[in-house]
Design a protein around this ligand. Structure first.
Ligand code: SF4
Ligand code: MG
Length: 329
């Protein structure tokens, strides 16, 4: 998957005036086969909007402004931004790219049996499907991720929290999409269930059920447990991108550094630097600061930071950062 300088804004109309919120503002990102990308950033940094953009699930007030979203389907590149909703529903959603939306892990319809939920989801992509075939696929997937076959005839409330989460993951991956996007899948779960859910994601990846995962979270401690690569978002932009080991060992962007300082971690080098936090708030994206959007909160801000936006530079192979501190001048 390749996003090239994508801009997607919300347009809020308030009486005679309108407000444009630049939620995803010039994002370029490549997702390769066999990687788990952890997208991290505070709430309001554009992570969920980015997920919708990757799916090309664009509905008002969200507008796709410019850029391209290209998906390699094994033979050629499809430009998703050129497809209409019906085509996306038939060809892309669920089959090529699937999403577990924010809060989905707690939102199975309680009055429907799992069997019915599965059929409804699959029929939303293809009303003609053979029901028995779908249920057969579901049972196979259930077994692969450690759910008993009988769960398929149960109601969500009859399943434990951990089983419910696995059922959601099974449903999302039923049609073998290349890419699975999980939006904050562990927020609002207790620690034990969180661990189980993370393990399920690692399982479906290790068993090659899913080739690539984008895991969205505000919690860098979660991401370091499963991601092979970390992408940091701030105020609608990607500010850092690199392998998990590199980013954790040596964060380049002051914001990443602050994010890591804001969680307690066992690693010695991080602990030595002590527990820090990032003072201030993410900016209002209807009126973002000029230059580097992080400058009002950055302890290293220089004059150039307030005037000019830092370019995204590749400091090392597959190691990107957008910060004037790393631009050789
Ligand atoms: Fe801080 Fe400047 Fe780097 Fe922005 S560009 S993160 S303000 S040093
Ligand atoms: Mg979100």
């Amino acid at each position: 998957l390749e996003l090239n300088n994508v801009k997607a804004y919300y347009r809020q109309v308030i009486g005679p005036t309108q407000r444009i919120i630049k939620a995803v503002d010039g994002v370029s990102l490549k997702v390769f086969e066999r990687e788990i990308i952890g997208v991290v950033g505070e709430s309001g940094s554009g992570k969920s909007t980015l997920a919708n953009v990757i799916m090309m699930n664009i509905r008002p007030p969200l507008i796709f402004v410019s850029g391209s979203v290209k998906l390699f389907t094994g033979n050629d590149f499809l430009e998703l931004q050129k497809l209409d909703r019906d085509t996306l529903r038939e060809r892309i959603w669920g089959r090529e790219i699937a999403i577990i939306p924010q809060a989905a892990l707690n939102a199975l319809m309680p009055t429907l049996r799992i069997r019915r939920i599965i059929l409804d989801v699959i029929k939303s992509h293809n009303p003609e499907v053979d029901e028995e075939e779908v249920i057969g696929l579901a049972i196979k997937r259930f077994k692969e991720i450690g759910l008993p076959e009988i769960a398929i005839n149960m109601y969500p409330f009859e399943l434990s929290g951990g089983m419910r989460q696995r059922a959601v993951i099974a449903i999302a991956t039923l049609l073998n999409p290349r890419l699975l996007i999980a939006d904050e899948p562990t927020s609002a779960l207790d620690v034990v269930t969180q661990k189980m859910v993370l393990k399920t994601f690692i399982d479906i990846y290790n068993k090659n059920i899913i080739k690539s995962i984008i895991f969205i979270t505000h919690d860098i401690a979660t991401v370091r447990q499963l991601a092979t690569r970390i992408v940091v978002m701030y105020a609608g932009k990607i500010v850092e991108d690199g392998s998990t080991d590199d980013v954790i060992a040596k964060p380049l962007h002051p914001y990443t550094d602050g994010l890591m300082g804001s969680v307690l971690t066992p690693e010695e080098e991080v602990r030595k630097r002590g527990l820090r936090y990032i003072p201030g708030q993410p900016p209002d994206l209807s009126n973002p600061p000029p230059g580097c959007r992080f400058h009002p909160r950055c302890p290293f801000a220089m004059d150039v930071c307030r005037r000019e936006e830092p370019p995204m530079i590749e400091v090392d192979k597959n190691r990107f950062v957008s910060c004037w501190l790393h631009v050789k001048r």
